[in-house]
Design a binder for this molecule. Structure first.
Ligand code: HEM
Length: 487
């Protein structure tokens, strides 16, 4: 980043200062920037510069933009940045394959969900990011992924035991909490994941404040920045105490340390990937449990699939479910669960409210004759394809028996396509299958509304909630009974 002459030495001093100093200075700068720039933009396109809507009512806002402009591509101003919104098959193709479109740069400004702390959640050098991605690939090789199976199942058993024999819960809290735990287990250390208080604090960090805009330091944003520092300290303490003890453990932290990575890579790996991973996986798990609670036919089909897997791979019929499920090899989880695969695919299509974000790092490009200048931000809402009635009739209807969309190119982008595909797919799918399998065999359940009654129809995913598609709190609960099988 170029620094203005004269400010160069101050910038260098800032960058070489400790985290706490950077953090405090960053907050003060944030406040000043907001005071100076908080009047609405008057530049071209400002009639669409509804910052609040972009962060709080994104689905409605983007649809409104397409409607009022009558175009399949429109632009608006977000503070002083040009943001271009794309739709349609050829634009989708160009978006996912344009070489100059950069995910990290786009995410930094447009995400609005994560506090950006230089060197921790932003500003990581490309080299560090690619090391983090390489380590993520290493965690998902056959041997380490197989070793995670009993650990994920044991976490799930422990948490599901606490539900008791019967009751109700909000899946967007409870199921998310479960996935958060299994994600922390998979991506950090045994010391952190065994400590419920630390895990709860990590969860607080990744559950975003109500964000007006990423640079708007509302009180909750500032609290979250402090939380980021706390979490940073937690991870660094875990590294230091592991180093000091000299005792090696069999977990992801050990793999990172044995690879000789510096602290920033390890902290970036744990914090960044928990954010990237737990949210999308937690959202999917919460909706999957909800959909299965309203579609008993699919619940029974999925249960049968799991019973068949157990019959094939586990001899110890008297052992607990989690122990028996742990006997099923990774290969079977990955290639012998067609029902579960179609459930996941449909859940992602209907209830993953992702908007892909990029910055054009150059050169200028044209998409459908529309100029995307170098430096502009570009977004592609997944709703454009996943909720398109021409591709998926009655798009909000959950129907895992749908055939893959073959009428259009890139008719399904649930795990990303082109230059950017999800690098955590194997882990995410495994976590989803293991946790759902234990719930399927250990519980019978259905959806109830606020009053405890069975609703006439399931709540629809709310795409304006950019994180979880969460329906109004309280409108959807899971009412469950334990089966007779020991977890
Ligand atoms: C159900 C769970 C998940 C879903 C649906 C999902 C989906 C996606 C999608 C659609 C993208 C591409 C985004 C874009 O094009 O803008 C992506 C990227 C990514 N995902 Fe996932 N993801 C999930 C879980 C995870 C997990 C558990 C991890 C890590 C442990 C992870 C790590 C990543 C990373 C690092 C990228 C960025 C790749 C890059 O920069 O090239 N994801 N994910």
């Amino acid at each position: 980043m170029p620094y203005i002459i004269g400010l160069h030495s101050a910038a260098s001093a800032f960058l070489s200062a400790g985290f706490a100093t950077q953090f405090t200075v960053a907050i003060v700068i944030c406040l000043v920037i907001v005071l100076v720039t908080s009047k609405p933009s008057t530049s071209a396109g400002s009639s669409l510069s509804l910052h609040r809507s972009f962060f709080r009512q994104r689905y409605d806002f983007l649809n409104w933009g397409f409607q009022v402009t009558g175009e399949s591509i429109f632009q608006f101003k977000l503070m002083n940045n040009t943001v271009i919104v794309l739709s349609g098959s050829s634009a989708r193709q160009a978006f996912f394959y344009s070489k100059g479109f950069d995910l990290t740069e786009g995410f930094k400004i447009l995400s609005g969900a994560i506090p950006m702390v230089r060197g921790v959640t932003s500003g990581l050098q490309t080299k560090r990011i690619s090391t983090i991605h390489r380590r993520l690939a290493a965690v998902q090789k056959n041997a380490p992924l197989s070793e995670l199976i009993p650990a994920i199942l044991e976490d799930s058993r422990r948490m599901m035991e606490s539900y008791g024999a019967t009751g109700t819960f909000d899946p967007f809290d409870k199921t998310y909490e479960l996935i958060f735990q299994t994600t922390v287990r998979s991506l950090s250390s045994s010391e952190i994941s065994d400590d419920a208080v630390l895990v709860a604090r990590l969860k607080m960090f990744t559950t975003p404040a109500t964000v007006l805009a990423p640079w708007f330091p509302t009180l909750s944003m500032i609290k979250k920045l402090w939380a980021t520092k706390e979490i940073y300290d937690i991870v660094v303490r875990a590294i230091d105490s592991r180093e000091a003890s000299g005792i090696a453990r069999n977990d992801t932290l050990q793999m990172l340390m044995d690879s000789g990575d510096d602290k920033l890579v390890i902290v970036g790996f744990i914090m960044g990937l928990i954010v990237a991973g737990a949210r999308a996986t937690g959202t999917t798990a919460s909706w999957l449990i909800t959909f299965l609670g309203g579609h008993v036919d699919w619940q029974l089909k999925a249960k049968l699939e799991m019973e068949n897997l157990l019959a094939e791979h586990s001899d110890s019929t008297s052992a607990s479910l989690s122990c028996r499920l742990a006997e099923i090899p990774l290969e079977a989880w990955e290639s012998s669960t067609p029902i579960m695969d179609s459930l996941l695919r449909e859940t992602l299509r209907v209830a993953q409210p992702h908007t892909a974000m990029r910055r054009n790092l150059g050169p200028d490009v044209y998409i459908n004759d529309k100029l995307i200048p170098s430096g502009a931000y570009v977004v592609y809402p997944f709703s454009d394809v996943h909720l398109n009635p021409d591709i998926y009739p009655e798009p909000l209807r959950f129907d895992p028996s749908r055939k893959p969309a073959t009428k259009v190119d890139l008719g399904y982008v649930g795990w990303g396509v082109g230059n950017t595909t999800c690098l955590g797919t194997r882990l995410a799918k495994l976590e989803l299958k293991l946790t759902t399998a234990l719930f399927l065999l250990g519980f019978d359940w259905h959806v109830v509304d606020k009053t405890g009654g069975v609703p006439d129809s399931l709540p629809l995913p709310n795409w304006n909630d950019i994180l979880m598609c969460r329906p109004p709190p309280g409108s959807c609960n899971i009412s469950y009974n334990r089966t007779e099988l020991a977890l």
